[in-house]
Each structure stands twice: as structure tokens, then as C-alpha cells.
Design a protein around this ligand. Structure first.
Ligand code: ATP
Ligand code: MG
Length: 307
């Protein structure tokens, strides 16, 4: 959903209220997604404060409890990648000093960004076959309709990275895989092509950076928007975090054992839920051990990427 169109405060289920400490500083809560809370200030038109919470979502549900420190880790990792990538992004560094005026807990999770006209597309790039892609491949030897060679196994590297966009469903609905042709219908041929080419280029650059650090970037999802002032396609939201990407350890992958595809993302949470919940009704509370393991994996990824 495009945060920019929301004039009133809205949340997935009405449960997320604005942080009073931020409200007191003039930041008006305008929207909460599953993970991020967005604020505006009346004297800063065209800018937004994005606060990454510790909330964790899986199978389109926000889970209890939160993962301590997750919001700050995601923010640091995104900022690091934005600085590395050298492509237009939504950060508004001219307002950096404003971040320092926030309470320290919020400052550690905060980005001040230019508000973009978000494209309703999740730009997914996959360099390896796994997850839902692997499930589809087993049925039809395709991933999101793209034909692939025979004989691949779960976790195998694809001959070339593939772009498999999804339509970003309105809040509460499931995102839906779509064809490249459908993205042309949604945003026009020129933007659709730019989106695909930029996504593949960023994935390739990031995968090479990760590889140099002993990590495999198996797949990732980008969100882009159009800068209303310049018309430039701009990388937004979070980037290359453990929420938006699947990272594997290069050595474990090469060794090929049972830990080959252990990931640094919320796979631990997904696996536990898959084993302990029938996906009916509200999901169960995560046990402390799962929360701690997940927090530790998120920390380890940040350390290894940014080291
Ligand atoms: P949903 O938007 O469906 O709630 P989500 O749960 O992934 O998805 P979050 O990541 O929690 O959402 O919230 C971030 C929201 O802010 C997203 O809707 C995202 O598209 C939007 N967003 C991110 N960067 C910008 C930007 N620079 N300008 C406008 N909107 C942005
Ligand atoms: Mg998001």
C-alpha cells in the first residue's frame, strides 16, 4: 500500500498507536505496516520518519512477542546497504540532525526519507532455487512461470538470477506473484523495464559483496518509488535486510550438510510456526528460545555484512 495516500492514522488492525514521545516532538503517526511505523511533521512537507519496530511477521501475521533489537538491526543494515549501493535511494540525509533529536531508542530505528509515489510492486530477485520457488519448480519446472532447466535441487544456484515480481496487495491481503507483462500493465513498459533491470543489477552487486564476506544472498525483495520532484526511480523502504532477503552461510552451503540452507532470516520463526500452527485463527505466541535464536541470527548477519 502507498503510505503517501494515507491522511489519517491507520494500522493493520488498529493495534499500533503512535509513540507519544514522537508525537510530543511534532511527529504525527500516519501509518503502520506490519513492521514499520510512519510519521509526518507538518513543517516538513514531502518527508517522512520511518521507524522500524521489533515486530516480526510470518505468513502475513504479526507475531507475539517482538524480537528485541530487531528494528535497530534492520535500520542499520539498510543504511549500510544504501551507502554501498550507489543507486538513488529515499534517504534524506539533510535531516540527519533531526534524528539526533529523537529519544535514543527511536533514533536507533529511524530513517528520515523523501516520500515517494510507491510502485505497487515487490521487485523480487532470486539467484537460488528455494522456498516457494522450489515448491513451484517441483510441480512445473518453472518459478513464477519462468522455465528453468531440469534436475535442480532445493538450494541450487540458478543459471542466471531471475526477476519474479509480485503485486503488493493492500493491507491484510496476500501479495500475489505476477508476470513481467502484468507489471507493464501496472506501471508502463518503460518503468517496468527500469524496475527489472535495476533490481537485477542491485542483486548482482549485493550478491558479490555478500560473497566476499562468506555469505550467499539467495534472494531478496526491493521496493521502489518515483521521486515526485524529479521523476527518478528510487530505492525505498528497507533494503537487503534479513526481513527482505534470504542469506546463507557460504561455508555451510559448500559443505553441503544438513545446515546447508540455514538462513539468517526469520526462517526459524516460519519453521516453528509451520510445526506448531495449522494457520487457522491467531498464531501461537513464540517461545523464548525461538525469539532469542532469531535475535541472535539477525545480529550475526549485521556483524558479518558490515564487518
Ligand atoms: P504494507 O505496506 O502492506 O503494510 P509491510 O507490512 O511490508 O507492507 P512495512 O514495511 O511495515 O509494510 O511499512 C513500510 C511502508 O512504508 C510500506 O507500505 C512501504 O511501501 C512504505 N514506504 C517505504 N518507503 C517509503 C517512501 N520513501 N515513501 C513512501 N512510502 C514508503
Ligand atoms: Mg515492508
Amino acid at each position: 500500500m502507498t503510505a503517501g495516500t494515507d491522511e489519517t492514522s491507520s494500522t493493520p488492525d488498529g493495534s499500533v498507536a503512535g509513540d507519544p514521545a514522537l508525537t510530543a516532538l511534532g511527529w504525527r503517526h500516519v501509518y503502520s505496516g506490519k513492521v514499520r511505523d510512519l510519521y509526518r511533521r507538518d513543517d516538513l512537507p514531502g518527508r517522512m520518519l520511518v521507524i522500524a519496530s521489533d515486530r516480526v511477521s510470518a505468513f502475513d501475521h504479526v507475531l507475539e512477542p517482538a524480537i528485541p533489537g530487531k528494528g535497530a538491526l534492520l535500520t542499520q543494515l539498510s543504511m549500510w546497504w544504501f551507502a554501498q549501493l550507489g543507486v538513488p535511494n529515499h534517504l534524506a540525509p539533510e535531516h540527519d540532525e533531526l534524528v539526533t533529536t529523537l529519544p535514543s531508542d527511536a533514533a536507533a530505528r529511524a530513517m528520515i526519507v523523501r516520500e515517494l509515489d510507491m510502485l505497487p510492486i515487490e521487485a523480487v530477485v532470486r539467484g537460488y532455487l528455494t522456498g516457494s520457488g522450489w515448491a513451484e519448480y517441483r510441480d512445473s519446472q518453472t518459478v513464477c512461470g519462468i522455465p528453468l532447466p531440469a534436475g535442480l535441487s532445493d538450494g541450487d544456484r540458478l543459471p542466471e538470477p531471475i526477476y519474479t515480481p509480485a503485486w503488493k496487495a493492500p493491507l491484510g491481503e496476500h501479495d500475489e506473484n505476477i508476470s513481467f507483462e502484468r507489471t507493464i500493465e501496472l506501471v508502463g513498459a518503460e518503468r517496468a523495464t527500469e524496475l527489472r533491470d535495476q533490481s537485477l543489477a542491485i542483486y548482482r552487486a549485493a550478491a558479490a559483496t555478500a560473497e566476499a564476506k562468506g555469505l550467499i544472498l539467495a534472494d531478496t525483495k526491493f521496493e521502489f518509488g518515483i521521486d515526485p520532484d524529479t521523476g527518478v526511480l528510487t530505492l525505498a523502504d528497507e533494503v537487503l535486510t534479513s526481513d527482505s532477503s534470504r542469506y546463507w552461510d557460504g561455508l555451510a552451503y559448500a559443505a553441503g550438510g544438513a545446515n546447508r540452507l540455514d538462513s539468517f532470516d526469520k526462517q526459524i520463526v516460519r519453521n516453528w510456526l509451520a510445526a506448531n500452527w495449522d494457520k487457522q485463527g491467531a498464531p501461537p505466541t513464540l517461545p523464548e528460545e525461538i525469539v532469542e535464536t532469531t535475535a541472535a541470527r539477525y545480529r550475526e548477519l549485521l556483524d558479518r555484512v558490515t564487518r
